[in-house]
Design a protein. Structure first.
Length: 325
């Protein structure tokens, strides 16, 4: 099977009926790029920059961040690279930031919420990203967005940083897409409003599922409620993709679900444009997608939308032969 997969390293991800999607990879550091390139990913769909900030005693400098972002952009040779701004808090702590102890860290002061308050820290990251932008195809993504105001404020800070750099005669790309993670139910439900403010969406199912089902993604006691195939998740994902397309924008997914064999046909049928996953899942997903027809996947979604439970949906995908055994 591995040999079959390897043949597809340089092949496009095209379904049997000629529909093309992008298969991208998630990374945590530039060291992950070897695996990304070896597995034929067509881009980076999620670069989790928090690892640059972790396991140390102080914030990384602008220069240090610039070097890391530049390395990823250069090595991807013009393929799209979605870099997510700092998503710290929740399960990821930064001892040197002295963050408040909270009862519910997953519902608390984290990610974009923290960046919009610690503006110097955020500005440093934005400057590093913009400086790196001339070395490849950069797309910037903000995490944990709950309101349109957050998007506007983050974009305003980005525009300010760009002007500042241009004033310093530093080259910045004119072609940087700016998008958001859709991982909070408010944003998924109101996606049509957010779609007017951004260039793309990337659905973060790891968090979207825990917030929608109110089931902590780390808790074993409620793991049975952490349901990727819950009818509500299917509906939210559909709403996000439809809203993006209505505005002529693209929608991706960078949560674990994007690489699951049972989810791939549903996401194809829903019209997902970009699937981002761990590098080792890319070739199996490409193999599966090349065996599918988009029209069949759309029929599958129509049936799945009538199911009442996650089990029914998962069984439907399996019974209809959409998963390669
Ligand atoms: C997600 O929430 O789906 C996601 C990709 O982000 P993280 O796993 O880093 O929270
Ligand atoms: Mg997340």
């Amino acid at each position: 099977q591995k040999e079959e997969w390897a043949k597809l390293v340089n092949e496009p991800t095209e379904t049997e009926d000629g529909h093309t999607v992008e298969l991208a990879a998630n990374i945590g550091t530039p060291n992950d790029l070897d695996g990304v390139l070896a597995n034929g990913a067509e881009g980076i769909g999620l670069y989790r920059t928090e690892f640059l900030y972790m396991g140390r005693n102080e914030l990384p400098s602008e220069e240090e961040q610039f070097e890391a972002y530049k390395e990823v952009l250069e090595r991807m040779q013009g393929k799209p690279v979605v870099i997510r701004t700092l998503d710290i808090g929740g399960d990821k702590e930064l001892p040197y930031l002295d963050l408040p102890k909270e009862m519910n860290p997953f519902l608390g002061f984290r990610a974009i919420r923290l960046c919009l308050e610690k503006k110097d820290m955020f500005r440093t990251q934005l400057r590093a990203l913009l400086r790196a932008s001339s070395y490849g195809k950069l797309k910037i993504m903000f995490p944990m967005v709950a309101t349109v105001e957050e998007v506007r404020e983050a974009k305003a800070m980005l525009a300010e940083a760009k002007e500042e750099l241009q004033g310093e005669n530093i080259e910045v790309s004119d072609d940087i897409e700016v998008g958001i993670m859709v991982e909070i139910p408010s944003t998924a439900a109101a996606a049509e409003i957010f779609a007017k403010e951004v260039d793309f969406f990337s659905i973060g199912t790891n968090d979207l599922i825990q917030y929608t089902l109110a089931a902590d993604r780390m808790s074993e006691k409620v793991a049975h409620l952490y349901q990727p195939y819950h009818p509500a998740i299917l509906r939210l994902v559909k709403n996000v993709i439809d809203a993006a397309h209505k505005e002529g924008k693209w929608a991706g997914m960078c949560g674990e679900m994007a690489g699951e064999p049972a989810a791939v046909p549903l996401l194809l049928g829903l019209g997902l444009d970009e699937f981002s996953m761990s590098a080792t899942s890319v070739l199996p997903a490409r193999t599966q997608l090349r065996s599918l027809k988009k029209t069949d996947a759309e029929g599958l979604v129509e049936e799945a939308m009538k199911c009442a439970t996650a089990d029914e949906i998962a069984e439907l995908v399996e019974n209809r032969g959409f998963i390669i055994q």
